[in-house]
Design a protein. Sequence first.
Length: 391
Amino acid sequence: MRKRVLLGITGGISAYKSPTIASRLKQAGVDVHVVMTDAATKFITPLTLETVSGNRVITDMFSREFPYEVEHISLAKSSDLVLIAPATANFIGKVANGIADDMLSTTVMASKGIKVYAPAMNTGMITDDFYLKNVEALKQQGAYFIESDEGRLACGDSGKGRLPDPMKIVEYVLNLLKIKPDYQGKRVLVTAGATIEAIDGVRFLSNFSSGKMGIAIADEAYKRGADVTLVCGRVSVNVPDYIKRIDVVSTTDLLNTVLQEEPNNDIFIMAAAPADYQPVNVCENKIKSDMLTLELKKTPDVAAHLGKIKGDKRLVVFSAETENLVDNAKKKLIKKNADLVVANDVTLDGAGFGTDTNIVTIIDKEGNITDYPKLPKTEVANVILDSIIKL
C-alpha cells in the first residue's frame, strides 16, 4: 500500500519551494495531500499544489464543497507522516502550546503519526528563546526537526533560517518512511500473472499463478521512484491504479507487447508465468466429444527473446521448480542470457503460486547464490530490487 504524507504549508516566502517537495514525494510513490494555512495562500496558489499532488488542497476549515466528513480527523488518521514545510515560528508556537485554530493546526494535533517540521524564518526568530523552547517541547513529544540552512534570507539578512533544500527534505521524509528513491529515473517493465492458451471457444490451458509476486515488484519499484510498466496476464488480485498496466491474454500476446515496450525500458523483470504449451489447432466453437486428444507445441520463450536483444539492459527471470532448484535455475540463467534468476521451490510451504509469502534463492550471472527465508512478497520484491541495484 502507498505511503501517505500530509504536507502542511504555512505562510512564509519559501512556500514557493513546497510544490517541488510535493512533486518529488509523488515521484517516489508517495500519496501527497496538502493543507495550507490562509497565509500560505498569499504566497502560492492551491491550484499549483493540486496540480503537482493530484489531490484536492484543503485551505478552509468550514468549506462544504466536498462530501461530509470530519476531514481533519480523517487526514490525521490516514497519513503515515505529517510534514510542515515551511514551518513558521508562529505555527510551531501554536502547536507547541496546544492552539488549534485552523485546519492545519487541528489536523497536526489530531495526528498520532510521524511529525516533521522544516523551519524557515528570520535568523533573529530562529535563535529566540521562546522559539527554542517551543521546538524543545515538540521534540519531547517525538517530533522531528530538519535543520535550517544558512545563507541570505528574504529580509536581506544573512544567517541561519533558510528552508532546507527541497531534496534534503524529501530524502529525510523517505528515510523516515523507509522508502528508497534509488530507482528514480529508471524505467522498469514487469510481467505478472498467467497467460492462457485457447483450446476452443470456452476452454484454455493455463496455470495457478495469481500475479501477486509481479504486482508486488511493480508496486515497490514505483514506490522507489521507477517509471513502471506492468504487462499483466490473468491475475487474481487488484493492480494499484497508479501503475501503468497493459493487459495480455496469450504468451504470444505477452511476447509481442514486451518486444514493443523494450525500447522504452531499462530493466525487465519477468515475473509472469506463461503457459508452456499451446494447442496446435484451436477450435472456434466448443468441442463436444467423449474423448479429446490435444496436440501441443511450445509457446514462445519471452525471456529468451529479450535476452538476445537486451544489450547492456538488465533482465531478471524466475525459475519455479519442484526439484534440483539451483541447477535448474543456473541453466535458465545461462539459456536466457539473464542477469539474475529468482528461483523458488513451489513445493515448500509458504512459497509458490497464490501465497502472500515466498521463499527464494537469487543467483546472479557471476554465480553468486543468496538464499532467503520465508518473507512477505512485498519484502521479496525489495530483495529483488536491491539485487538489481547491486549489479
